[in-house]
Design a protein around this ligand. Sequence first.
Ligand code: IMP
Ligand code: MG
Length: 196
Amino acid sequence: MSSPPPYEDLLDYVLIDADRLQKRIAELGKEISEDYRHFEDIVLIGILKGSMLFMTDLMRQLTVPHSVDFMDVTSYGVGVRHSTGDVRILMDLHAPIERRNVLIVEDIVDSGRTLEHVLRLLWARRPASLRVCTLLDKAERREVAVPLDYIGFQIPNVFVFGYGLDIDEYYRNLPFIGVVKPGVVILDEEEGKDDS
Ligand code: IMP
Ligand code: MG
C-alpha cells in the first residue's frame, strides 16, 4: 500500500476553518445543555468513525451529566454519495438504552439513509427520548426525511473531508472541513462501499 498524498494535493478550499468549527460546537453544547438541563441522564451515541472528533469536542462543551457510547455501521450501495440504506451494524452499543435519553452524534447527513436506519434500530430499543445532533447537513442530497434536532452547519453539495471525515480512511485528523478538488477519485465510491 502506498502512502496517501499530502492533504494539500486534494484540498480545493477550506469550507469551515477550525475556529468556526469550535465556535459553533460551543454554541451547540450550550444549546444542548440548556435543553437537557432537567434530564437526569443522557447518553451520547457517536456513529463511527466520522463523528469521533466532533464527539470529543462537543462533550467538552456540555454542562449536563452524560455518558458516551459508540456504534459502527456500514451501508453497501452505489457509493459514499448513494448509500442504499441497507445498513449493517459492525459494532453495536455496549449498553442497553431502554428508558434512557439518547442523543445521536453524527458527522454528516447526506441521503439520510444511514441515519434513518439507525433511528429505526434505536427506537426499537425503547429509549425514553431520541434526538439527533449532526455537525454537517447536506440537505440538497436528502432522499429520506430524517428529523435533525441540532445542526452545526448547512453545507452545499460538495464532497468534504477533515475533522473526522475521510477520503478512503485518511485525513480524519485535519482540524478543518475542506472541499475535495474536482476530479479526485474517491475509492470508496468506486468500490460501492460506504464506511461512516
Ligand atoms: P447517508 O446515508 O447518505 O446520509 O450517508 C452518510 C454517510 O456518508 C456519512 O456518515 C459519511 O460517512 C458519508 N459521507 C457523505 N457525504 C460525505 C462527504 O462529503 N465526505 C465524507 N463522507 C461523506
Ligand atoms: Mg467515508
